[in-house]
Design a protein around this ligand. Structure first.
Ligand code: ZN
Length: 150
């Protein structure tokens, strides 16, 4: 069942990632070091190569694919919540090549940073711990966390 909570913007962390590092790993390390349980994340920049996921709804698995060339990060957009009590980033990435053609998908390990500027907006409110959702096969936010239902 869908639902939502009221949250408040608290503070933000603004910075850049290291050249040659794995984007998801480095962002996750920051979240764990700072003990971020609830946040919004946005970033722009460029990658040396990318690994993205497409959730195959029929087979209930992520199909991962590689794009082995330098690309612009035209948008990284996502959220941070808990899974098994530790911060987990769920982010989607839109990338563009030299002709401006876009690729997109679920950010997976294996996306390597060329340059990346990020803002993590930390939120105050009810935290969520992801749990297996029977309908989708995905780790989603459970309905016991909602204050209001859709
Ligand atoms: Zn996703």
């Amino acid at each position: 069942m869908g639902g939502y909570n009221e949250v408040k913007f608290s503070k933000a962390l603004m910075g850049r990632l290291s050249y040659g590092e794995d984007m998801l790993e480095e962002l996750t390390d920051i979240c764990r070091r700072e003990r971020i349980a609830l946040a919004q994340i946005k970033a722009i920049g460029a990658v040396k190569r990318a690994k993205l996921g497409y959730y195959n709804q029929a087979e209930r698995v992520y199909n991962l694919f590689d794009i082995n060339k330098p690309l612009e990060i035209t948008n990284l957009s996502g959220n941070i919540s808990l899974k098994d009590g530790v911060p987990m980033i769920h982010a989607h990435l839109t990338l563009a090549d030299r002709e401006g053609r876009a690729f997109g998908g679920h950010l997976a390990p294996g996306t390597i940073v060329f340059a990346c500027e990020f803002i993590i907006s930390i939120l105050d409110g009810q935290t969520f711990d992801r749990e297996f959702d029977e309908q989708t096969g995905l780790p989603l936010w459970g309905e016991e966390y909602w204050n209001a239902y859709i």
